[in-house]
Design a protein around this ligand. Structure first.
Ligand code: AHR
Length: 484
């Protein structure tokens, strides 16, 4: 087959926020995953677990959504500020575990600064109040001298945090209050109407649909019509899964890959919808607030934890290739950062291991903020997916840096059996040469990293001036530069 790239035909920019992430108070994501606690034997910096923080810093997540998820609509943020020994212990309702409140707003901000990410806070609409949400925005963003900012100062933070991204509730059709979209629209208007003037230059994110309730988005927008200026983004949640985490069949694998088509369809739908409801000068964008694989083993009883195999790496690569196509898609946040669902990192006691998914985040970093350029694929074999769906075996995305001198091409061969030979052609007025080739592959789709064998799946460098072979089940990253 042939892959033809045209680096001079620049299209939209790939928002770096497509590589965002999501960390909730659930299972061992925050406690043990991100937060060890100051008295822990696990290496920490004033409570922040150092091995996971260092690994996350390397992938420079552009944004991190917190504190939930379902937890967000039962969380009262004032429980998590001030002296740690005075913070109340609560019951974490949805995830049936104790909540010590040792990790709260100031710890989250410190963690974000430590790993170089922007905070994204989701406020409690389901069981909270407008007053509580606004006080949180004020605590984080106000530089005025008020009783609430006085608390922040007393807690050691004179300067505002200037949090830009604010979610107005989470899954309000389900765990966030089991609402009808019209009821949520009224509440949204009330919450957002107060939060907007409190926060300064903030972006407000509305709870959107999941694939089972797609009429939610339009019903919400119709009800909100006189106040659409209050919505900056509408956020979808789409999980893919159902099969066993490691002992899955080939059919399960292809069903997971078909999950990318579901996301594609829904982003397309939401893009069209938000375009038609955007007023002149105030575009409404789309966010994928939660996405990723969710396998059978990930249940409340085990802290919603699952293993991540080479299948997850391929699913991630194909998903990013899909996300890159949409200029209205501003941000995506995979669920979840450590120890939960399609985690980037798994921990056990003081050990930590990087998952295949982590490696795709790292390999794809050059795509962030680069311009999409066309990649034409000729002779691409088709994969037959369950339920009569079809998808190209080879998925490619190409982007060019701002200065036009760096070209990055990522190629995923999603076929389980067939290696693919392909010519990579660059059509350009300039001369290009390969700077680096890295490949993530495995002989068996079930391969995964364990605490005993942490490097079973990790990228390998291919030292060559060209690349033509794309093994079955592989993700390849090719960096090219112009030759002067
Ligand atoms: O990520 C786990 C849960 O999945 C989140 O709390 C919720 O928003 C979604 O249903």
């Amino acid at each position: 087959m042939q892959i033809t790239i045209r680096p001079e035909v620049k299209q939209h920019k790939i928002s770096r926020y497509l590589y965002g992430h999501f960390a909730e108070h659930i299972g061992r994501c925050i406690y043990n995953g991100i937060w060890a606690g100051e008295d822990s034997a696990i290496k920490n910096e004033k409570g922040i677990r150092l091995d996971t923080a260092e690994a996350l810093k390397k992938v420079a997540l552009p944004a991190l959504r917190w504190p939930g998820g379902c937890f967000a609509d039962s969380y009262h943020w004032k429980d998590g500020i001030g002296p740690k020994d005075k913070r109340p212990k609560r019951h974490n309702l949805w995830w049936n575990q104790p909540e010590t409140n040792q990790f709260g707003t100031d710890e989250f901000m410190r963690f974000c600064a430590r790993i170089g990410t922007e905070p994204y806070i989701c406020v409690n609409v389901g069981s909270g109040t407008v007053e509580e949400a606004c006080a949180w925005v004020e605590y984080c963003n106000s530089s005025q001298d008020t009783a609430i900012t006085g608390q922040r100062r007393t807690n050691g933070h004179p300067e505002p945090y200037n949090v830009k991204f604010w979610g107005v509730g989470n899954e309000n059709w389900g765990c966030g209050g089991a609402m009808e979209p019209e009821h949520y629209a009224d509440l949204y208007r009330q919450f957002a109407g107060y939060m907007r003037p409190t926060g300064g230059d903030i972006k407000l994110i509305a709870c959107g649909s999941h694939p089972g309730i797609i009429d939610w988005d339009e019903r919400f927008l119709v009800k909100l019509k006189p106040a659409l200026g209050l919505v900056d983004y509408i956020a979808l949640n789409i999980y893919t899964g159902g099969s066993p985490e490691v002992n899955f069949t080939d059919e399960d694998y292809y069903r997971t890959i078909a999950g990318v088509i579901t996301m594609d369809d829904n982003i397309k739908r939401a893009s069209g919808l938000t375009q038609s409801y955007s007023a002149y000068g105030h575009p409404i964008g789309v966010i994928m607030d939660e996405w990723g694989t969710w396998y059978k083993e990930a249940v409340v009883e085990n802290g919603v934890c699952q293993q991540s195999t080479m299948r997850d790496a391929l699913f991630t690569a194909a998903s990013f290739h899909c996300f890159h196509k949409f200029d209205r898609l501003f941000m995506t946040n995979m669920a979840q950062t450590v120890n939960v669902l399609q985690a980037l990192i798994l921990t056990k006691g003081s050990k930590a291991v990087l998952t295949p998914t982590y490696h795709v985040y790292e390999m794809f970093m050059p795509h962030r903020d680069a311009a999409v350029v066309p990649a034409e694929l000729n002779g691409n074999p088709a994969l037959n997916l369950p339920d009569g769906k079809k998808k190209d075996a080879v998925s490619v995305s190409a982007s060019v840096s701002d200065d036009g001198k760096e070209l990055f091409v990522s190629i995923a061969n999603l076929d389980l059996k067939n290696n693919i030979d392909a010519d990579l052609r660059v059509i350009s007025g300039q001369k290009w040469e390969i700077k680096e080739i890295r490949q993530l592959s495995a002989k068996d789709i079930h391969t995964h990293n364990t605490f005993e064998e942490p490097d079973m799946v990790k990228p390998a460098e291919i030292r060559a001036k060209e690349i033509k072979k794309f093994p079955a089940m592989s993700v390849t990253a090719v960096k090219m530069k112009t030759v002067s």
